[in-house]
Each structure stands twice: as C-alpha cells, then as structure tokens.
Design a protein around this ligand. Structure first.
Ligand code: 13P
Ligand code: SF4
Length: 303
C-alpha cells in the first residue's frame, strides 16, 4: 500500500479530516478534505463531525482551529512548522502599546500566537482586515503583527493604523520587491499582477490587485484574463493551478518559500494519523478569550 492509501484508510478508521492551507505542497492539497485560507479553514472545522483534525499548515492556524474546536483532537504533522511573522509579537509589546494608546481598539492578524490573540479586541485575516477596521468607531487602531498589512489597511481606510511592532514583517513576502514585479511584468506583459498585502508598500504600489489568498482565488475566478503573476508564497500556485487548469500562473519570485509551510509532507501526515501526534494543547483561558474576540469580529463583519 502506498502512503496515500494508508492516509485514506487511517482517515476513515479514525473519523479524521485533513485541512490544508492554500500554501501547502500539491500532493498535500490533493489529499486534503478542504483547502483554504487560515480563517476559512478554522471556521469550516467547526462544521465537521470529524473527531480528529490534522492541520497541514503552521502553528497559529492549528491553534486557532483548536480554540474553535475544544472537544476535537487537533494534530500538527510537524510541530515545528512555525510562522516567523507570528513570532515577532509578544504580550508585553501589546501591553506597552495599550498603555500608550488607551481607548484604541486592538486588531490582531490571525498570524499571531494564541496568547496575543487572547489580548485582542478583534481578530482578522488579510481577507477581512480592511472591512472590519473601516467599520470600527475609532480613527486610531492598534494592529499586530504585520506592518505592511497595517500600511495597506491605513491606505484603504484612511485611518491611523499603528503597527505593533513597527517593523513586523513576513520574510517570504519581503522577498517580493518592486524590481521583481517590474521584471515579471516585462517578461509577461499581458499578465495581471496579484500581490499579498504582506509585501512591502513599494511593491504594493506596482500591483494590479492586492488580496490575501482567498481574495486571489475569487479575483481569478471572476476574471477573463488568462495569465497572472503571483506575488505571495509559492504554494499558492499549487492551489491556483489545481483550481484553474486553463489559466496560467507565474510566481513573481520563484523561491518565495515559507520554511514552515514546506515542512509538511504526506509522510508526516501519515505519521501524525498513525500515532495521533502532535496534539495541539492550549490553555482554556486563551480559548475562551480568542472565541470572544472572534465572535465580536464576526458580528461586525456580519459573518
Ligand atoms: P491567509 O490569511 O490568506 O490564509 O494567508 C496566511 C499567510 O500566512 C499569509 O502569508
Ligand atoms: Fe507566516 Fe510568512 Fe509563512 Fe505566511 S508565508 S505562514 S506570514 S512566515
């Protein structure tokens, strides 16, 4: 039996589901029950009757899924699959800014550790950050941890968005420079450039469209164009090529690889199911606070 068949058998035996982020390797996306963006997947997980969920993605995504599914076993195939952006913020930093800007709502990006999410007034993804912030009754917003996304939100909403920390960034998206976008456009002049709002502001300026991973999928599905330049983590091309086989996708930076995302393999998923490891455990106190912040956010967003 090959590893794919072994995984499918274990999934049936254990009543398990595999959720894979849009950045996951092709073969992982193929075997997953659902592929999507971080928030999309954790929301969907609450509707599944599976007792075990294997999350093929990085730690903050698995933690968020656990927070929404306290009675399910949530497994990470590779416990060291981390998001470096999420590691840039601490509760101490948040407290310092809260003191400096009393009354300013704290909006936390899903790419953050669970203890920081527990401090949040609202929790967002790149797909809904501008919508939520534009609806808040405050002109000054504290936003953590991505400063480039904070810049994008400030530009769209016209609000003062203070990034915590001021230089919070994703090393993968920092690789996508204006030069790379111009070069890709020169090579493929009839392609549309889609970039993630985590890229630096100078690169955002050159994009034809700025969106998170689910926003890119929506844009392509509605577009008559055939060719697209993709300015985000390279795994996104797997999702787009699977979903739109008649369209062409080119990475703006072909080595924009997220180490955490790329750690997951079919073998690690098999090992995870076979041995029921590595279980995500989070403090009850955090689960409760995170759920409250999410509920507050969904109410404003009308989800
Ligand atoms: P999404 O919010 O679109 O899932 O992207 C997460 C991410 O890690 C971006 O780099
Ligand atoms: Fe985090 Fe960047 Fe990887 Fe996304 S691509 S999971 S932001 S390190």
């Amino acid at each position: 039996m090959n590893v794919r068949e072994e995984i499918l058998n274990l999934k049936r035996e254990l009543n398990a589901a595999i959720l894979a982020h849009n950045y996951q390797p092709y073969e992982v996306q193929e075997i997953a029950d659902f592929v999507g963006d971080s928030l999309e997947l954790s929301l969907l997980s609450t509707k599944l009757d599976a007792e075990v969920i294997v999350f093929a993605g990085v730690r903050f995504m698995a933690e968020q899924t656990k927070a929404l599914n306290p009675n399910k076993k949530v497994l990470m195939p590779i416990p060291s699959a981390l998001c470096s952006l999420a590691s840039l913020v601490t509760v101490e930093m948040i407290k310092e800014y809260r003191e400096k800007y009393p009354g300013a709502p704290l909006v936390v990006y899903v790419n953050s550790p669970i203890e920081v999410k527990a401090e949040a007034d609202y929790i967002v993804t790149s797909a809904n950050a501008t919508k939520l912030i534009s609806k808040l009754n405050s002109d000054t917003i504290l936003f953590s941890p991505d400063a480039n996304l904070a810049h994008y939100v400030a530009k769209v909403t016209g609000k003062k968005v203070i990034a915590i920390p001021p230089t919070g960034h994703c090393y993968v998206h920092l690789l996508i420079t204006p030069y790379d976008i111009l070069e890709a456009k020169r090579k493929y002049p009839d392609a549309i450039a889609l970039v993630h709002p985590e890229v630096p502001p100078e690169a955002q300026e050159l994009a034809d469209y700025i969106a998170g991973t689910s926003g890119m999928i929506k844009f392509v599905s509605r577009s008559d164009h055939k060719k697209f330049l993709i300015g985000t983590e390279t795994g996104m091309l797997n999702r787009l090529r699977r979903e739109f086989p008649d369209k062409e996708f080119y990475p703006i930076v072909p080595n924009a690889d997220c180490i955490g995302m790329k750690k997951i393999t079919l073998e690690s998923i098999y090992y995870s199911l076979k041995n029921l490891v590595y279980e995500v455990v989070i403090k009850e106190e955090y689960m409760h606070k995170v759920r409250r912040a999410l509920d507050r956010s969904f109410e404003i967003l009308g989800v």
